[in-house]
Design a protein around this ligand. Structure first.
Ligand SMILES: O=P(O)(O)OC[C@H]1O[C@H](O)[C@H](O)[C@@H](O)[C@@H]1O
Length: 522
């Protein structure tokens, strides 16, 4: 059975939301906290080590109940069931979407279980020093060569879990920018470096070229046979990896039912296993799996990813906001936003609905942000006094990892103060001049987590995965394909040929042609 394909704007709930929006759109809502003593208690979800306060939003009980009606009317429950049961809901590619099966630890598919065992065994040998480089020395550095989903997840997680890291140095080669490749190679000793070539398709130009450059660099010091102790691959295209010269034993499989941007839970997480040890990798999986259970089984109104998705729909489609910010008050999470940008924008940046028709409402939020408190000293001016409405997720942790409460108290004081300042503004206060006026009424969600652990990180990532899925279902789009990245790749074949042949006239477009001339001239 295909996914339900209902135009959300034709539902009764949507029409009711439009009317309801007229009541709220110009309303200053600061008074709600004094008028509704139970508000903060009503608009919050407490689940395990997560506390999500969404009371500082431009909503009433009616808003939430209409949004919940919308979720019902578009068939969200059915869609969730279809996803978890492995139906081919990635219809445009004819694939199931089962990244959740990679972390269903009590019920693993045999191929997933055996791959996890292989990752465990391999990472333990690297960490213990049993696996030696060609000159007999243990591995000191691990380099993940991959891009997009084969890069962003592992890099974000290894950074986020810096506190749990071991002695290995982890590096990432993603960009085709040769200067970057060179800078990374400068830091490495071929005798003690392990390269993990990560590509689901094993055809991605950047990854294959970079892996070839790295292999050539490696072979300047040693002979071909030694590739086997220094190069492993992660791919769904086993033959492609073998053709590259990696032996079958050194290939960690993944499957077509794992989308690239949802693949850190698969053998794409091998660099994570090396960085923090397999036991911590399993803890990430377990945390994500707990979030899966919450998402699948909890009532919609107490379901964190669903409520966050509905709030986002409210702002996107009724207030017509264009972007959302995510600000984590933890330096460890400094790579979270780039990771979320791929997950969310590659999934939901679509303008054709599930019936194949052009869409005439907004989809696909633009996600941006950085860590707090740094962000306060950069772009928060625009959040407070700019002309745009930017709903923001504030992520914070109750406990610091290194025991520095003096700093942590200040960090969290800022985390709390900002959502309050954004909401309250200078409402009902005397302001001496117009430049010091703050309109307030700015929506935020506060996601307060006990502590940054592998488990809570797994939950947090899975929370955003499910949120984007819910939004895709409501928007009636296919979230799990990414045809939009293909055109640029095709056009680049032409521009590369023109550059290599030093012949700008191969290109039709005169702007591009002139640019190529200029490039070739200099
Ligand atoms: O893992 P790979 O097959 O090399 O793909 C790497 C990336 O490239 C593609 O262009 C897609 O846009 C991404 O979703 C994917 O993660």
């Amino acid at each position: 059975m295909p996914l339900p394909a209902i135009n959300p704007t034709k539902t009764n709930a949507w029409k009711a939301l439009e009317a309801h929006f007229q009541e709220l759109k110009d309303k200053q809502m600061q008074d709600v906290f004094s008028n509704e003593p139970t508000r903060a208690g009503r608009f919050k979800i407490e689940w395990k080590d997560f506390y999500v306060d969404y009371s500082k939003n431009r909503i009433t009980d009616k808003t939430i109940s209409l949004l919940l009606n919308l979720a019902e009317e578009v068939g969200l429950k059915e869609a969730i069931n279809q996803q978890f049961s492995g139906k081919p809901i990635n219809q445009t590619e004819g694939r199931a979407v089962l990244h959740t099966a990679l972390r269903d630890l009590n019920n693993l598919k045999p191929e997933v279980a055996s791959t996890l065992q292989k990752m465990k065994g391999f990472s333990e040998e690297i960490l213990s020093g049993k696996h030696k480089g060609f000159s007999g020395k243990p591995i000191t550095d691990v380099v993940n060569i991959g891009i997009g989903g084969s890069h962003l997840g592992p890099e974000m997680v290894t950074d986020a879990l810096q506190y749990y890291r071991n002695h290995l140095n982890i590096h990432f080669i993603a960009n085709i920018d040769g200067d970057d490749v060179k800078e990374i190679l400068k830091k490495l000793n071929p005798e003690t470096t392990l390269f993990i070539v990560v590509s689901k398709s094993f055809t991605t130009q950047e990854t294959i070229v970079n892996a070839t450059v790295v292999r050539d660099w490696f072979l300047k010091t040693t002979v071909e046979e030694n590739i086997q102790s220094h190069f492993v691959a992660v791919s769904a295209n086993i033959q492609g990896a073998i053709d590259f010269g990696i032996s079958e034993d050194n290939i960690f499989p993944m499957w077509d039912w794992v989308g690239g941007r949802f693949s850190l839970w698969s053998s794409v997480g091998l660099s994570i296993c090396c960085a923090v040890g397999y036991h911590n990798f399993e803890a990430i999986l377990k945390g994500a799996s707990e979030m899966d259970g919450h998402f699948k089984n909890e009532e919609f109104d107490k379901n964190i990813p669903i409520v966050l998705a509905l709030l986002s729909i409210w702002y996107n489609n009724f207030f017509k906001v264009e972007s959302e910010a995510v600000v984590a008050y933890s330096q460890y999470l400094n790579k979270l936003v780039p990771y979320l940008q791929q997950a969310i924008m590659e999934s939901n940046g679509k303008n054709i609905d599930r019936n194949g028709d052009k869409i005439d409402y907004q989809t696909g939020t633009i996600v941006w942000g950085n860590v707090g408190s740094n962000s306060q000293h950069a772009y928060f001016q625009l959040l407070h006094q700019g002309t745009k409405l930017i709903p923001t997720d504030f992520i914070g942790f109750s406990k610091p990892l290194q025991g520095n409460f003096k700093n942590h108290n200040i960090l969290m004081a800022n985390y709390l103060a900002q959502t309050e300042a954004l909401w309250e503004g200078t409402y009902n206060k005397e302001v001496e001049n117009p430049f010091k006026f703050f309109e307030g009424n700015k929506p935020t969600n506060s996601i307060l987590i006990k502590k940054l652990t592998p488990n809570s990180l797994g939950k947090l990532i899975a929370m955003y995965e499910h949120k984007l899925f819910v939004q895709g279902i409501i928007w009636n789009i296919f979230s799990y394909d990414q045809w939009g990245v293909e055109l640029g790749k095709t056009v680049a074949k032409g521009t590369l040929s023109s550059i290599e042949n030093k012949n700008a006239s191969e290109i039709k477009n005169s702007s591009t042609q002139n640019l190529i001339k200029k490039l070739l001239d200099s």
